[in-house]
Write a protein that binds this ligand. Structure first.
Ligand SMILES: Cc1cc2nc3c(=O)[nH]c(=O)nc-3n(C[C@H](O)[C@H](O)[C@H](O)COP(=O)(O)O)c2cc1C
Length: 197
């Protein structure tokens, strides 16, 4: 199984979170490719795609938005999860911060299965007028590897491999019986449900 983790990051904090996500999948036995959203490579053979973007002024990093737009067709036929990184405090740790409206509409467009907001990072010597003045009060690192690991665990729990849902050798009625037996968790996945078989 393979996961593709794509990130849009200005100052490296979100890139680091993407690396943590890839590492958590690898510890679960998956192959992980972690890639900057600016790269033009195709999404290829990933079983899951995770897209993350840094939040700036309540907007997702431009490269993450561009990736979602460029690959919309392919992303709509693979299970997708999204994450945002931002809050410079511990408010994200409970896992209950809603996605900003812009990311909510991207999630709806891609039929994403889930979204998580993680704490962000701002270095004390951050460059840029606004960042520098913000850093005077809120510099620090609120990225939390345990929070990341918990989220990946949840993704793996919710992920239903296509072979289980759509057994190739089964006839349609038999597949329907299997569907009734497989407990499908409540999620917004579209591409791997029996309903579309
Ligand atoms: C100018 C500026 C605006 C920011 N706006 C937001 C915001 O709207 N919401 C948020 O949660 N975090 C905001 N942050 C915090 C960043 O999202 C956080 O530093 C993040 O980790 C940056 O990711 P990056 O290092 O990958 O660029 C802002 C930071 C700066 C410097």
């Amino acid at each position: 199984m393979k996961v593709l983790v794509v990130y849009g990051s200005k100052r490296g904090g979100t890139a680091g979170l993407a690396g943590m996500i890839g590492g958590a999948f690898q510890r679960a036995g998956w192959t992980a490719e972690v890639r900057n959203a600016e790269a033009s490579d195709p999404i290829s053979d990933a079983d899951i795609v995770v897209i993350g973007g840094a939040l700036y002024m309540n907007r997702w990093h431009r490269a993450a938005r561009g990736f979602a737009r460029r690959h919309r067709g392919g992303l709509r036929s693979v299970p997708v999860w999204l994450f945002s990184s931002g809050p410079l405090d511990d408010t994200a740790r409970q896992g209950s911060l809603a996605a900003v409206p812009q990311v909510q509409s991207i999630a709806a467009d891609l039929d994403a299965r889930g979204h998580m907001t993680f704490g962000g990072r701002l270095e004390a010597d951050a460059r840029g007028l606004l960042a520098r003045s913000m850093a005077k009060q809120r510099s620090g690192d609120w990225r939390d590897a345990t929070h990341v690991a918990e989220w990946v665990h949840q993704i793996l729990h919710d992920f239903i491999p296509v072979e289980i849902v759509l057994p190739a050798a089964r006839t349609a009625p038999a597949a329907a019986e299997v569907a009734a037996e497989v407990a499908i968790p409540p999620q917004r996945g579209r591409s791997r449900t029996v309903a579309e078989a």
